[in-house]
Design a protein around this ligand. Structure first.
Ligand code: GLU
Length: 492
């Protein structure tokens, strides 16, 4: 049984990269009939941000990629919040100390600072490892008694004891094998002075205890892989499979996508609102469309049709098609996908899903709202566009598009408007098109001119959905009132 996990640190909102990691984990679990775990990695109390965990739950709920086990739902391998697993880490930490794979270190920040400064000058960098660990203040250089005494004073960290000059090999499903000489690595801190484990330690212990079979995470964690491999070796555990997802680059392809890019260029980088910053949800994206787009950031499905619901993605997902190279973010593409999804769902469903956006239409049109939404939905890129696209159903135009007015300038507008009004008065709105043709023929004016002038009077310009459908929804009174208004203005 495959078990995967999304393991965010609650240090702020999730951004596109985080959500993409969650999505790939979810898809992998569903594809393999496995379990998707959410584990909250909150051991760094200084970086913890209030509401961040709640935000993560809400974002996942919005997109519909719900974990099977998480801190709220629980599960067989909980607790799922690292801050609640301190005892577990303590126990495993002692195991490593006892079998000589880790040691206590008492060095002061000052002593380390000086050593760092010196090595940076002389060797171009500093690493606390097999080459120099015997020069420092730790349980390898102190006697047993000294160590026992120093332990009582506190102020101690635990470090991983990395052997000198050995090849560390780990493998990644996307990148193949990753090798590094252990001299390149550090004796990483596993437990901090506050008694909390570091990311590396807690992450490995939890992945093992939670029976994670495949670790799927962002490329920024690839440099940690050798340390994680060494930790598995130190415990004598079999490591899970690893899959590091490519970086998400900004639209120019130079550098990682950042919130600053988003702010500057006007696109969201968060799934839902975080403080003052709007997310995809508030900007009018459908969650399935947002997921459909971010799935493409690193995965190229082997199918022609780009549009996919979550259910389709669950079936199609295949690790073999996850790329190594960075994936460039493209907001225009994200919007295009949203537009296609909006067009593909029924007006009824849109109304159910966006009650707030259709509220004013509903107040005026009740059951007819669905006809209105159906009429305009093909034109919506974002759901929020609905307000603008249906504005003329709620109020008479105040201004008329200048270019449009110029285009019809060659006609005697007042006369045509009066002919139009007559047609409206004399006919059912559902038969208006034929009436226009007849009136036009009798007066030497084409249907095109009738329609353009009517449209300007009704919506204020020359664009918009099918004219006669609009008129039928507005009804005769409103139509006549708007025609009258333009007659009055053109006579002024
Ligand atoms: N807590 C890490 C993060 O914030 C988890 C990395 C991992 O998945 O190992 O992304």
């Amino acid at each position: 049984m495959e078990r995967v996990r999304f393991a965010p640190s609650p240090t702020g909102p999730l951004h596109i990269g985080g959500l993409r990691t969650a999505l790939f984990n979810y898809l992998y679990a569903r594809k393999h009939g496995g379990i998707f775990v959410l584990r909250v990695e909150d051991t760094d109390q200084n970086r913890k941000v209030d509401n961040s965990e709640a935000y993560i739950h809400e974002s996942l709920a919005w997109t519909g990629i719900s974990p099977d086990e998480d801190p709220i739902k629980g599960g067989k391998y909980g607790p799922y919040r690292q801050s609640e697993r301190k005892d577990i880490y303590q126990k495993h930490m002692l195991e490593l100390i006892e079998n000589g794979k880790a040691y206590y270190a008492f060095d002061s920040g000052e002593a380390l600072g000086l050593a760092r400064e010196k090595d940076e000058k002389e060797k171009g960098g500093f690493k606390y490892n097999a080459q120099n660990r015997m020069l420092f203040d730790n349980s390898l250089t102190n006697s047993k008694e000294e160590t026992a005494n120093k332990l009582k004073e506190g102020n101690v960290v635990i470090r991983l004891k990395v052997d000198a000059d050995t090849e560390v090999m780990a493998s990644d499903l996307v990148r193949g094998s990753v090798r590094v000489n252990s001299n390149e690595l550090e004796d990483k801190i596993l437990m901090k002075k506050d008694g909390m484990p570091t990311y590396h330690f807690a992450n490995v212990v939890d992945d093992y205890l939670m029976k994670i079979t495949t670790v799927i995470r962002g490329e920024e964690w690839l440099p940690s892989l050798p340390i994680h491999q060494l930790l598995y070796d130190a415990f004598g555990w079999n490591p899970p499979k690893f899959m590091h997802l490519p970086l998400i680059l900004n639209p120019s392809g130079k550098g990682k996508l950042s919130k600053r890019d988003g702010d500057k260029n006007g696109y969201p980088v968060f799934p839902i609102q975080w403080n003052e910053t709007l997310g995809y949800r508030e900007s009018g994206f459908l969650p399935e469309a947002h997921l459909n787009y971010i799935a493409q950031l690193g995965w190229s499905p082997k199918r022609e049709e780009e549009l996919m619901t979550l259910a389709v993605m669950e079936k199609e997902f295949d690790v073999a098609n996850v790329q190594k190279g960075g994936a460039r973010f493209d907001f225009e593409k994200a919007k295009w996908i949203n537009q296609q999804h909006l067009a593909s769902i029924t007006a009824d469903e849109l109304i159910n899903r966006f009650p707030r956006i259709v509220e004013s239409l509903n107040d005026v049109y009740g059951g007819k709202t669905v006809t209105i939404v159906d009429l305009v939905k093909e034109r919506l890129v974002l759901m929020n566009d609905l307000e603008k696209a249906t504005e003329f159903f709620l109020k008479d135009p105040e201004d008329y598009d200048e270019k449009a007015m110029k285009r019809i300038g060659k006609f005697d507008i007042k006369t045509v408007l009066e002919l139009i009004s007559e047609s409206v008065k004399e006919n059912e709105l559902s038969e208006l098109k034929d009436a226009f043709v007849q009136k036009g023929e009798a007066n030497g004016i084409g249907l095109g001119a009738f329609m353009q002038i009517t449209r300007i009077a009704i919506v204020g310009g020359l664009s918009g959905p099918e004219l006669f459908s609009i008129l039928e929804i507005l009804g005769k009174d409103v139509t006549l009132r708007r025609l009258e208004r333009l007659i009055n203005i053109t006579t002024l």
